[in-house]
Design a protein around this ligand. Structure first.
Ligand code: BG6
Length: 494
């Protein structure tokens, strides 16, 4: 038997893509609430308003857009006439009982969700939490308990209270460390006994590519991104310290976006490109899980003329309070080269590369790599020797309802058979210490990259389209029944 008896099988979601109810019961606006819908070929935009003239507009931004996401003199704002998919998501807020029952039916042992910071502290600066927000998650966790589902809660998944972005340039300010610490300790205390596993920042290395999405940074210069990353890393260590003081059985994990890079040729220059590319993400895990800033990062900052607003005690905190476990998302691998090559592909965080001729891709250019999880799990084990948890993996597909009224997603089953098979080999053949697996977007939700509904990941279909039309009715797909069997036999038979 490859997996532990208490292996945490389940699914993952994020409030900004799933929860909806964007102003209900006192919630404040988030950064994600001002991001419009896009598509595979058109990037999402951030809408803005000039507070003096009242002029409004939108900037293509978010993923790989300009350094400054809105024009000088304007602020990101919720503007009438635009469609914002986060505002309703797929309405988990009003469907949580039904959705958790479906997870229970599949046999989920765990459910990864994120807590919406602005639902608890609407502007991020309040000293007292919003009781209605706390009550909502109490209802959610009580529902999970009915089915013996262990929640895994991300404190910040691609959303920062909008007021903090506007007033402080988001995480570029050290002020955010204190605001986040207050939020985190409030909820960790409040849900003590109900939530044991927490993650601080979703895909913390997203700061490299989309600082507004990752940390509400409006002016994402290299200096501001480096400072924002430092502030989040210090905040994470403070949360580990505080959580262990509240209850030593609580575990705080790091969450990293991980995708191995492959060299397109055996030219040594290509291997160096791979190494440097991997350092861009391993910097975040070297600090948050490893406890130390790596030398390569200091050298990089030196070359870029970056100096951090830091304190000696920051580094003590980082060393003393690393993450208890390392969780990561992994959808596939990417290929890089120093040679001319025009066949491009896309990938998570907009970080595509060269098309891999050995792999199949979906309609958004993301490749299915049948060995990626074994590689990822081994590499991360060798580097950190900490328990690992795969908290995102899956495939986006424009599912269609067939003539019989069902969704026959054999392509999803095929993807998951390959990926879970690879994960199983890492446990079976290599002995990696793996805590669990949560498939991304277990109930259909909005895509983070494009804002579309069409890019679906779920075991459960939700009736909603890219313009926000649909009944929001839920319907299990074929993969629902397949995953139920996988959980029931603890991955023995895929
Ligand atoms: C990860 C994010 O980057 O990938 C999720 O943590 C996201 O929020 C997922 O939804 C899949 O990406 P996309 O762009 O297909 O939604």
């Amino acid at each position: 038997m490859a997996f532990k008896q208490d292996f945490l099988w389940g699914g993952a979601t994020a409030a900004n893509q799933y929860e909806g109810a964007y102003l209900t019961d006192g919630k404040g606006l988030n950064t994600s609430d001002v991001m419009t819908v896009g598509s595979a070929t058109k990037s999402r935009s951030i809408t803005w308003r000039n507070p003096t003239t009242g002029e409004t507009g939108s900037n293509p931004a978010g993923w790989g857009g300009p350094t400054r996401v809105v024009p000088e003199g304007t602020v990101p704002a919720d503007v009438a006439g635009y469609y914002y998919p986060s505002h309703e998501g797929t309405d988990f807020y009003h469907h949580y009982q039904e959705d958790i029952a479906l997870m229970g039916e599949m046999g989920f042992k765990t459910f990864r969700l994120s807590m919406n910071w602005a639902r608890i502290f609407p502007t991020g600066e309040e000293t007292q939490p919003n009781q209605a927000g706390l009550d909502f998650y109490d209802r959610v966790f009580d529902e999970c308990k009915k089915y013996n589902i262990e929640p895994l809660v991300t404190l910040s998944h691609y959303e920062t209270p909008l007021a903090l972005a506007i007033n402080y340039n988001g995480w570029a300010s050290r002020k955010l460390i204190g605001f986040f610490e207050n939020y985190a300790t409030t909820v960790i205390k409040h849900y003590q006994g109900k939530v044991k596993y927490w993650l601080t920042f979703n895909e913390i290395n997203c700061m490299e590519f989309a600082p507004f999405v990752a940390g509400g940074v409006i002016d994402g210069t290299p200096q501001n991104k480096a400072q924002a990353a430092h502030n989040q890393l210090v905040a994470s260590a403070k949360v580990v310290k505080a959580a262990h003081a509240i209850d030593p059985t609580i575990q705080i994990g790091q969450m990293l976006a991980y995708g191995p890079l492959y060299a397109y040729t055996c030219d040594p220059e290509d291997q160096i490109k791979v190494m440097e590319g991997m350092q861009q993400s391993s910097f975040y895990s070297d600090v948050q899980t490893g406890g130390h800033y790596p030398e390569y990062q200091w050298k990089r900052y030196e070359r870029q003329g970056i100096t951090l607003d830091d304190r000696p005690e920051d580094y003590d905190l980082l060393a003393q309070y690393p993450a208890d476990f390392l969780s990561f998302s992994c959808y596939g691998s990417n290929v890089v080269t120093t040679h001319e090559e025009t066949a491009k592909s896309d990938g998570n965080l907009g970080q595509g590369g060269i098309k891999n001729p050995y792999l199949e891709t979906n309609a958004w250019g993301w490749a299915t790599d049948p060995e990626v999880l074994r590689l990822a799990l081994n590499t991360l084990t060798d580097r950190y020797h900490k328990p690992l948890w795969i908290v995102e993996n899956g495939i986006g597909w424009a599912d269609e309802i067939a003539a019989d009224g069902k969704v026959h997603d054999d392509y999803r089953i095929k993807y998951l058979q390959a990926n879970i098979g690879s994960m199983k080999r890492a446990v079976d053949l290599d002995g990696v210490d793996l805590m669990g697996y949560t498939m991304w977007g277990c109930i259909d939700l909005v895509s983070a990259g494009t804002g579309e509904m069409k890019k679906r990941y779920g075991f459960v279909y939700v009736d909603r389209d890219d313009a926000g039309h649909g009944t929001l009715n839920r319907m299990p797909k074929d993969s629902f029944y397949w995953y139920k069997k996988v959980i029931a036999n603890n991955g023995a038979d895929l």
